[in-house]
Ligand binder design. Structure first.
Ligand code: MG
Length: 304
């Protein structure tokens, strides 16, 4: 199943994406007599297995729900979780070729991490799948992109062992970990450079785990104005999803609805020679096979 959040009459509502149609899930639950809280995608995730079963029954009855369906092209998509309850967990330097390009760009020795490097992005960084990315030259002149596989936690837990890790995964999505490189370097600690408003386009849907046969086989790509910049495969991660969840959840409770951005492959703008940063009007497209595409325009502050 593909869960989306769309804006209907100025309100964010949870939707089921089926064959390019969006079905209002709260209305569908009412019509199907399901008692599940479908007021938001987050509420559905937090309701756990009973909600997942209700969603499956609703999906099976989709043909009866055509009066609730709207063409995807006619609605505005928001991020599937427009405002997470806490920061987005992120993983730095999780693809070897990206570690190497970073070391070369910074004239440092190439040293692969031996444990995952975690940081977070502030909740207000979350942006819609086609939302504008704000570029304020007064704040940063070095805005960069990073396509990433996003893992959404479905079952709360602590000290999760890698063998059980997938049981805690609700689903997957696409993220773009837009980064102000100058702030990331200047402040040393990455939080500031990773947390500017609109710098985490995420979506277009959360695809439930059962729909992804082999997450390792997924491929990530990113283009700027149609020019391919990044290409990689989830199988190239230094620390795979079970290992990331084991490390992150050690002594730290992961909650249903938590979002983990799992790192980016090579091809980022700052590591190009010469470096190329995002500029006003650029269109950034980030895709993962089977999960969808984010398409975001960079808009300079005051230009619209
Ligand atoms: Mg990143």
């Amino acid at each position: 199943m593909r869960l989306v959040t769309v804006e209907l009459s100025g309100k964010a509502v949870a939707g089921l994406l089926l064959n390019d149609q969006v079905i209002d899930l709260a209305a569908a639950a009412r019509q199907c007599g399901e008692a599940v809280d479908a007021s938001s995608v987050l509420a559905l995730i937090q309701a756990g297995e009973p909600a997942l079963q209700a969603l499956k029954r609703i999906t099976a009855r989709a043909a009866e729900l055509s009066a609730l369906a709207r063409p995807l092209g006619s609605v505005r998509l928001l991020a599937p979780i427009p405002r997470p309850t806490r920061n987005v967990f992120c993983v730095g330097r999780n693809y070897a070729d990206h570690v190497k390009e970073g070391a070369v760009a910074q004239k440092a020795d190439i040293k692969l991490p031996t444990v995952p490097q975690f940081f977070t992005k502030a909740t207000h960084a979350v942006n819609a799948p086609e939302g504008d990315i704000r570029l304020d030259p007064q704040v940063s002149e070095k805005l960069d992109y990073e396509v990433e596989l996003v893992v959404v936690i479905g079952k709360t837990g602590r000290d999760i062992k890698r063998e059980q890790a997938f049981e805690h995964v609700f689903g997957y999505s696409v993220g773009n970990d837009v980064t102000a490189r100058d702030l990331q370097r200047r402040h040393e600690q990455w939080f500031k450079g990773k947390s500017l408003d609109t710098t985490f386009p995420f979506g277009p849907a959360i695809v439930t785990r059962d729909e992804v046969a082999n997450v390792q086989s997924l491929e990530l790509t990113l283009s700027v104005n149609g020019e391919r910049r990044q290409q990689g495969a989830v199988s190239q991660m230094i620390f795979d999803i079970p290992v990331l969840i084991e490390f992150l959840s050690a002594g730290l409770t992961l909650e249903a609805g938590d979002i983990i951005a799992t790192g980016t492959p090579s091809g980022v703008g700052y590591a190009m020679d010469p470096p190329r940063f995002l500029a006003n009007g650029d269109v950034v497209e980030a895709s993962i096979t089977g999960l969808g595409t984010l398409r975001n325009r960079v808009v300079a502050a005051g230009s619209r």
